[in-house]
Design a protein around this ligand. Sequence first.
Ligand code: LLP
Length: 401
Amino acid sequence: MNIDFKKLADKYQTPFYLYDFDHITAQYTELKESFRARKSLIAYAVKANSNLSVIKHLSNLGAGADCVSIGEVKRALKAGVPTYKIIFSGVGKSDEEIKEALILDILLINVESSAELDRVEELAKSLNKVARISIRVNPNIDPKTHPYISTGLHENKFGVDIDTAKRMYIKCKNSEHLEPTGIHCHIGSQLTQLEPIRESINIVANLVRNLKAIKIELSFMDVGGGLGIVYKDETLINTYDYAQTILDSLFGLDLTIICEPGRFIVGNSGIFVTKVLYEKINGNKRFVIVDGAMNDLIRPALYDAYHRVEVLNNNKNLSDCNLVGPVCESGDFFAKNIDLPETQSGDLITIYSAGAYGFTMSSNYNTRARVAEIAIENGNDRLIRKRESFEDLIANEIEFL
Ligand code: LLP
């Protein structure tokens, strides 16, 4: 798409996030279509980008929501996702969160420990409700991704092992307040290899078969999220192969598939746009300093993540530099040792693949206001979250005497 960044920067000021809603539609549709041989629900992982307009756009397409806090559940509801398409996951849900989820009667609570299952039972009993339970299985499979975003190994805090899961399903079956409804497995994020997915789904499908043999019939298989995207030159899993692998492993089982993609849907739909403030040279190291910073997009600082960078309408006199922001930390960089052209103050810089875990991981560090978020759809732009003001930043602080 041809985007007039200059016009957008004049209209909204920098820095800002720009989301291409047509790309979101295309990504959602591709994945949904891949599963067309079965009943499926694409439950968008709200944590990746929780702007209400993004969730609403996906909800209009038919998506559900995978949430990890009651705040995310409320966002999903506010954006129009029906309760019967909302899932609540997470290793540490509080009593208040569990109660609210039960009262709202969402589709599934993904339970991640025996202790949590006991708690859900007690709370459901106190409310005279029956909780629909899905248990998150940890298949102990190495997803071959960044260690911070690997979740399917026993050394990670997520889910329970197969034997524990089986005992938990039996408990559900024998409880008046728990209904064994689904099974869940998510081994990690930014996955680019199919084999670990195949292995883990097979392990989970075997458990479903064992449960069936003891008359515990589940209705949903939640295969998690994690499909990778291209940041640089990654070879991706083809969505058709992905879906086929899952369908193959479920042969003979009558389950609705739930898939929880976040990054795949929004990652490459988002661009972070920032502007050059200054250039400087320390010794012989060149720095390009922009108005965006690590508090706006923390992935490079936190994971050493690569995000492609472009200086708009300028590719003369390339030379090595670090692209950095104004925050008082040496970790405040978007890219290190990259070739960029000689810039002028005011030049626009676009940082790609920023739609997932960009804005949602942003902070007010250094008392910096969170940036604006803009949607572009059919060539038309609109503001979907305004830039914060100084007053917004101090609004919750109690006046000191
Ligand atoms: N389902 C569960 C249970 C998850 O824990 C996650 C992500 C997803 C679905 C969605 O994963 P996705 O499809 O987006 O890969 N902040 C990190 C990513 C953390 C992912 C946490 N869980 C990053 O910036 O790379």
